[in-house]
Every structure is written in C-alpha cells, then in structure tokens.
Ligand binder design. Structure first.
Ligand code: SF4
Length: 445
C-alpha cells in the first residue's frame, strides 16, 4: 500500500505537555494570548490577516447572536476555533444570559457536580431556542434533572468497553479493528453521551503521550488490526500537530490499512475545519471520517463549508446519528436530516438506538420507533439516504443491525437480539411488544 510517510522517519511527540487533550485550554488561560494571534504551520500570524477566517460564511442567526452576546468579538475572532473554545459556555450565569432557563434546567446545572459537565460552543449556543427548553438542539446540550435518574437496565459502561480494553484508552472487541480513545475533551458535551465515565475530566484515565505510546505499541504488536478508529472525547479538538503525530505514528504500522476519525466537531465547532487541518489530514489517506449529526437544524452554512472542505480533501464522510426521543424520533425529521446530509456529501451510515447509559431513559425510544423510521425511509427515498439502524449490544456484543432476523424474542421488558456470532444479548426496551411473537431458545452471553 502507498503511504505518504516514510516509515523509517521517527516523529517526536509534539511538545512536552503530558495532557494532549488540554493543551489548548492551558494556553488560553494566559490572558496575554487572547485576541492576538493565530498559529499556522509554526508561524504566528495576526488573526485579522488570516484569509480563511475572514471568508468563512456565518448564518444570520449566529451573526445576530454574536452582536448581542459577544459584541466585542470581530467576525474573524468568532470564526477562529480557538476563540470558540476559549468562550465555551460552561456555567449557569453565562447560559442564563443567553437562554431563559427552566427551573428543571437550573437545578440540573447547579445541583449535581459529579457528572458530565456542561459545555457549549458559542456557535452551537447561537442555534438554541431562547424560550423553549424542549427545542431539539437545546435538549441535546442543556442538562435536565432526568439525567440523574438511574432506570432499570442502565449502566455506567453499558457496552462493556472496559472489559475489552487491553491497555488504557484502547478497546479491542472485533478481531480486525480497534477503538483508540485519544482524549477526554469535547468542545460541546452531548447529554446522551455514551462515555460520560470517560469524557469531561470524569475519567481516571489520563490521555497522555505515554498512554498513546502504550496503545500504539499494542497496535504494532497486533498484526490482525487493519482498521483504527480514533475517538474519545473528540480527536478534532487536538491541536493539528498532536493529531498529526498520532496519525503519522499509526501510518508507520504496516498492517494498519485504514484510519478513521469519529467526531462531532464539524457540527458543534465547524470553524475547526481549517484549510490547514484538511491539508494535514489529506496526507494520511486512506482516512475516513464519521461525523455525529443529530437534527436537520444543525445543517447550517458553516457546517456545509466544513463538510465541503473535508470532502474536497478526499475524506469519505459518513454520519452517525443517535435516535433520541423528542429530538429526532420522527420520520419527517429523520428524512430531512438524511437528505440534507447527502446534499453535503455525507453518507448516512448508522442510526443508533440510544445506549442504556445511566440517566438516558428520557432520551430512549422504543426500538419499534427506529424500525418504523427505517421502514419509512427504505424504498421511499434514495437508498443512499437510508442508514443502518443498530443497537450496540449491552455487555459488549458489538453492533447488531436491526434486521428482522436479529430480533429473536422478548423476555419481559428486555428485547432479545442475536449478534453476528449468533450470541444472544438483552436490550432494555420497556413498553413495547416487539419480539414477543418470536420463539426464543436461550443461550446467554
Ligand atoms: S461528542 Fe461524542 S464523546 Fe463528546 S460528548 Fe458528544 S457523544 Fe460524548
């Protein structure tokens, strides 16, 4: 296979900072660095002279929002992803200036501290409805007290990732591929996140260069691994040089054929997709990207530009969407989202049934709802617009596509599913009849 990187070339870890995920945050805590410079290819450039920052188009809503809540920010600063990260909304005081918070939201933000933190980029905050706590996008990023309710069948690590983790930060479940968790940092925290145990400083795992080295050594020693998925946290929140160091090290491993990045950054922080990072990513092909979309309201001009830059760099783009009650659980919403993604050259890839993490009951729909949506899409619209509907099997069974033959029965409130190895797993699915007619012979895993 052709590789852009000379496999004998040894690259140095970028910088000496021991915590790659927070490198940018530390820089920003120095007020003298604010509002001054942009860094690209090791050159320091006055921010107002960076052409792509001036030319990035903003939607009307974000322009009005900036004028109202960040009147001192120039359009160029607003379009600088580092400015966006520095000004993330993380406290009730700032959010309360922007939104009329319900009592429940206020209690959720202030009352519980040992939990997934709140963080919202100013850009994404500009898309939220000020007066409606039930607006789909708002529900995905503003905490509510239902997050603190532990319902039956929910778990802290429902996918059993820790069980399949040979070294910290690496999940090796399928023979030919690994999930490499490279940071615990996200620019915006989704309230239905699958890994609240890991992201947002909740983890005991330190995402250091030393830990990356251990994961890379494991991959080097595992010749069956041909596919590495970088995830986290969000890998695109890493500075270019750190991400490039990781990609170049992985590219030097001969049996790794293919790299993937899982990210929500193009949706919540589209300004991050700079020409510099797309040029860098292009050097590590074949490189694919799975982008986490939730709702058609996310498909703004900014996101369209970000996806266009990635697609123009030859990166195949796929979407991952979590089915969420009251957010995107209607055929019409899902159809709009999938059609919009195709227009942006993103192939709808997976529709996930929401994982039963602790505090997710208010987001989970019956499995029947997902099947109904897929049936409403299949045949009724372009085949490319139909994602595969999957349940990531609780207990570590991997993704099970919801084809009729995978549903093997029901045991009370649990739907019984068969994975690709023929093993049976349970998914908590109260209040549904799906699977109750199928004959079931138990063979537990
Ligand atoms: S972007 Fe992914 S890892 Fe980060 S909070 Fe959202 S779901 Fe979790």
């Amino acid at each position: 296979m052709e590789k852009d990187i000379d496999s004998t070339e040894k690259t140095e870890p970028p910088g000496t900072n021991e915590d790659p995920g927070h490198w940018e945050e530390k820089r920003y805590s120095d007020p003298s660095l604010r509002k001054i410079h942009h860094r690209e290819n090791s050159k320091i450039i006055p921010i107002e002279k960076v052409p792509y920052l001036r030319s990035f188009r903003s939607n009307h809503r974000s322009v009005a929002f900036r004028g109202r809540f960040f009147p001192d920010a120039t359009p160029t600063e607003w379009n600088d992803w580092r400015w966006q990260l520095r000004h993330r909304i993380t406290d009730i005081h700032t959010l309360g200036r922007i939104l009329i918070l319900s009592e429940d939201e206020q209690r959720a933000i202030t009352g519980f501290t040992n939990h997934l933190p709140m963080a919202i980029t100013p850009y994404y905050a500009s898309l939220l409805d000020k007066g409606n706590p039930l607006q789909p996008l708002r529900r995905t990023v503003v905490p509510v007290t239902a997050e603190y309710v532990h319902s039956p069948g929910e778990a802290r690590d429902p996918l059993g990732e820790e069980h399949d983790s040979p070294v910290p930060g690496l999940v090796h479940r399928y023979p030919d591929r690994v999930l490499f968790l490279v940071t615990d940092f996200c620019s915006t925290y989704c309230r239905y996140c699958t890994r609240p145990r890991l992201v947002g400083n909740g983890s005991k795992t330190r995402f250091t260069v030393a830990q990356w080295e251990r994961a890379i050594a494991y991959i080097e020693a595992s010749p069956t691994v041909r596919d590495v998925l970088l995830s986290g946290g969000d890998p695109l929140t890493l500075p270019d040089e750190k991400l490039e160091w990781l990609l170049s090290r992985l590219r030097q491993i001969r049996h790794v054929e293919f790299l993937r990045i899982g990210t929500k950054v193009p949706v919540v922080l589209p300004q991050r997709v700079t020409p510099a990072i797309t040029r860098m990513l292009k050097r590590y092909h074949p490189l694919w990207m799975s982008i986490h979309f939730t709702h058609p309201d996310e498909l703004t001009p900014e996101v369209t530009q970000a996806c266009a830059r990635l697609a123009d760099a030859g990166i195949p783009l796929g979407s991952q969407t979590v089915l969420l009650a009251g957010v995107n659980d209607s055929l019409e919403t899902m159809k709009q989202l999938m059609h919009g993604l195709l227009r942006m050259r993103v192939k709808p890839y997976y529709l996930y049934q929401c994982d039963p993490i602790v505090g997710s009951a208010h987001f989970r729909t019956p499995v029947e709802k997902g099947i109904e949506i897929i049936q409403g899409l299949r045949g009724h619209t372009t085949g490319y617009a139909v994602p595969t509907y999957v349940i990531d099997a609780p207990g570590g069974g991997g993704k099970i596509p919801l084809f009729p033959e995978c549903i093997v029965g029901r045991d009370g409130d649990d739907l019984l599913l068969k994975n690709y190895q023929g093993h049976i797993y349970r998914y908590p699915d109260p209040g549904s009849e799906l699977g109750s007619k199928e004959p079931f012979k138990p063979s537990w895993h």
